[in-house]
Design a protein around this ligand. Structure first.
Ligand SMILES: Nc1ncnc2c1ncn2[C@@H]1O[C@H](COP(=O)(O)OP(=O)(O)OP(=O)(O)O)[C@@H](O)[C@H]1O
Ligand SMILES: [Mg+2]
Length: 367
């Protein structure tokens, strides 16, 4: 079956600067939510706007439900309104002079939908986003989160084949953001909507995405399930960006299939998973999540001794700064007790599955 959205070798070059989107390919199968995740300026919005038809791509092809909508090489460029898309943006794009119901029913006016059917659909979608009791309120009398629900309802009511969302939660306060994030996933899954969602927030990406594509500098580095992105990042950037913020530099001295032995200097050796093609003698950086450093335990192939140099008690967890082989690492321990005092030498274990070795291409490229 053809995917709802297929993007092939998409590129977009503006008049100035390097390409904003540079050879990006991915597909969004019907009923899936794909999240594009990456830091500011990596090309997420530009990719989304190319799909919407609001930006004219420089190269590559975009198909929606098997129909080619953009191909500069073939002279194809279908205008936005003929692409049958829904869009929700960061700003609350609602009509301030209308009520909630008027806002939500507006898109149906242009779509020749019978009055009864339209009214039924509006009720249904208001219920879905939890705004039934606000139906007759002017939208200006709503909170930010409620306005975003109106914007979402307005995009869902005409049942577009694809929904595009660009950081729709970023103007909301932290608490509301978490709630709407969880609700959004439920709503999208209930409607069976196919969606492309962009964000720079990794937690949002994991909660919402069936698959996550990580972007950097206009390129798509990896696309996969949240589990794959979190457990087998393809490079140091993806590892760092999704929370494996610790790095240990070393030299690979031995390869045994999926794992290798890394020398961290002065003969101190440990094992790491090899997530890139690497060979003995290669300079590597080993990435590691704070939550995968176990302080107070000494087991497995990577059992070392580290010094606790700082700790920050956060109520339900404690973050420790430890020194290991001259590197300052962050370790996170769950629980309401801070167990390790500052200044002590403590045993630490790093499971080899959680240590990922990547080619060392110099520190500057990952800043
Ligand atoms: N109209 C434009 N003219 C020139 N350059 C642009 C234009 N729009 C975007 N860019 C550049 O393209 C790159 C990608 O921008 P884009 O808005 O797609 O990033 P983003 O990933 O959505 O970032 P953010 O998380 O900040 O929204 C940036 O370097 C940006 O400066
Ligand atoms: Mg953006």
């Amino acid at each position: 079956m053809t995917a709802t959205l297929e993007v092939t070798a998409l590129s977009k070059r503006f008049a100035i600067g390097r390409p904003a989107v540079d050879g990006v390919s991915f597909a969004v199968p019907r009923g899936e939510i794909v999240v594009l995740l990456g830091p500011s300026g990596c090309g997420k919005t530009t990719t989304l706007r190319c799909v919407a038809g609001l930006e004219h791509p420089t190269g590559g092809e975009i198909s929606i439900s098997g129909k080619l909508v953009s191909s500069p090489a073939r002279g194809v460029l279908v205008p936005p309104r003929a692409r049958d898309l829904g869009m929700v943006f960061q700003s609350y794009a609602v009509w301030p002079h209308m009520t909630v119901r008027q806002n939500v029913s507006y898109p149906l006016k242009h779509r020749k939908i019978a009055r009864n059917e339209a009214s039924h659909r509006v009720d249904e979608v208001l219920e879905l986003v939890g705004l039934t009791e606000y139906a007759d309120r002017p939208v200006v009398a709503l909170s930010g989160g409620q306005m975003q629900r109106v914007a979402l309802a307005r995009s869902l009511v005409y049942r577009p084949q694809l929904l595009l969302l660009d950081e729709p939660l970023s103007n909301l306060d932290a608490k509301l953001r978490l709630r709407l994030r969880d609700d959004l996933r439920v709503i999208l899954k209930q409607t069976g909507m196919t969606a492309l969602y962009v964000t720079h927030d990794q937690a949002e990406a994991v909660v919402l995405g069936d698959r996550i594509g990580v972007m950097r500098d206009g390129r798509l580095l990896q696309i996969g399930t949240p589990h794959a992105i979190y457990n087998r990042p393809v490079d140091l950037f993806v590892a760092n960006f999704t929370g494996a913020t610790n790095e240990l530099a070393g030299t690979l001295v031995e390869c045994n299939g999926a794992f290798g032995v890394v020398d961290f200097g002065d003969g101190r050796r440990g094992e790491a998973a090899l997530l890139q093609p690497l060979g003995p003698g290669d300079k590597v950086r080993v990435a590691l999540r704070p939550e995968n450093i176990a302080i107070g335990r000494q087991d497995g192939s990577n059992a070392f001794t580290a010094k606790v140099i700082d700790r920050r008690y956060q109520g339900t967890q404690t973050v420790y700064d430890i020194e290991l082989f001259g590197n300052r690492l962050e370790a996170l321990e769950l629980g309401t007790a801070a167990r390790h005092p500052v200044g002590v030498e403590a045993p630490v274990s790093l499971s080899r599955e959680a240590c990922w070795a990547y080619r060392d291409t110099g520190p500057s490229s990952y800043e």
